[in-house]
Design a binder for this molecule. Structure first.
Ligand code: ATP
Length: 225
């Protein structure tokens, strides 16, 4: 579980179906580039804008736990993946809960891939996110933070809120900060497909995750377990 503490805290939500090395690189590089005290991984219960995860919540959480066991500075918040709450999980509710946990003053930084950020306007109460946390956007060639001259409501927010890593510690929330990460064209979808086809996922996921997948025989058939 995440513990209240000091310093700028990164928040990294995902389905993690399964967690893969691009997730870990994003979190590590965010920590370095943004000067984060730590990164809290939050596996989603029932993601709002996508199909139900192929794998059970218990399996997805277990894989995140195994992957992070070896990485100092990373923590896991299992509150959402463990509650059998009906309906989708919304990031704004997650951030409201974390704000209560960490108090009004601690800088929180929601970490998002640029692909996820580009779809932000479709998220529940998306504008409220900026009052609850900063948003740091991981960019890579082909996935930049693009602003089309104030064309969309999101463009306007980017123009008004854009900052740098140095701004994060000075306020609890409100900035949008791009940071470049090593480009890795890895997706959980691609890994699930490989495994269902009987192909190897070694080096796409941490060894501890691969061992878990093998020992529980998950993803190995088109329907999973
Ligand atoms: P799926 O293929 O099932 O959609 P995914 O690999 O995109 O899954 P998620 O758990 O949905 O994984 O992603 C969590 C977060 O990680 C999102 O913010 C997403 O943008 C980011 N992310 C996932 N893969 C990459 C990648 N290869 N490079 C950078 N960011 C990534």
């Amino acid at each position: 579980m995440s513990e209240p503490g000091a310093g700028v805290l990164g928040i990294f939500g995902g389905t993690f179906d399964p967690l893969h090395v691009a997730h870990l690189r994003l979190a590590i590089e965010a920590r370095e580039a943004l000067g984060l005290a730590g990164v809290c991984f939050i596996p989603a219960g029932s993601p709002a804008l996508r199909d139900a995860p192929q794998c059970s919540a218990a399996h997805r959480l277990a894989m995140v736990e195994r992957a992070l066991a070896a990485v100092p500075g990373f923590s896991i918040d299992a509150a959402e993946v463990l509650t059998a709450a009906p309906g989708p999980s919304y990031t704004v509710h997650t951030l409201e809960r974390l704000r209560r946990l960490h108090g009004d003053r601690r800088p929180l930084v929601l970490l998002l891939g640029a692909d996820a950020f580009a779809r932000l306007e479709s998220w529940h109460r998306w504008r409220d996110l900026f009052g609850l946390a900063h948003v740091a956007v991981a960019t890579r060639p082909g996935h930049e933070l693009r602003v089309d001259a104030g064309e969309t409501a999101l463009d306007a927010e980017i123009s008004a809120r854009r900052g740098t890593a140095a701004d994060l510690a000075g306020a609890p929330a409100g900035r949008i900060v791009p940071f470049a990460i090593t480009a890795l064209e890895i997706s959980a979808t691609g890994i699930r497909r490989r495994l269902a086809a009987g192909l190897s996922a070694r080096y796409l996921v941490p060894d501890a995750v691969l061992d878990y997948i093998d020992s529980h025989q998950i993803y190995r058939t088109p329907h999973g377990h």
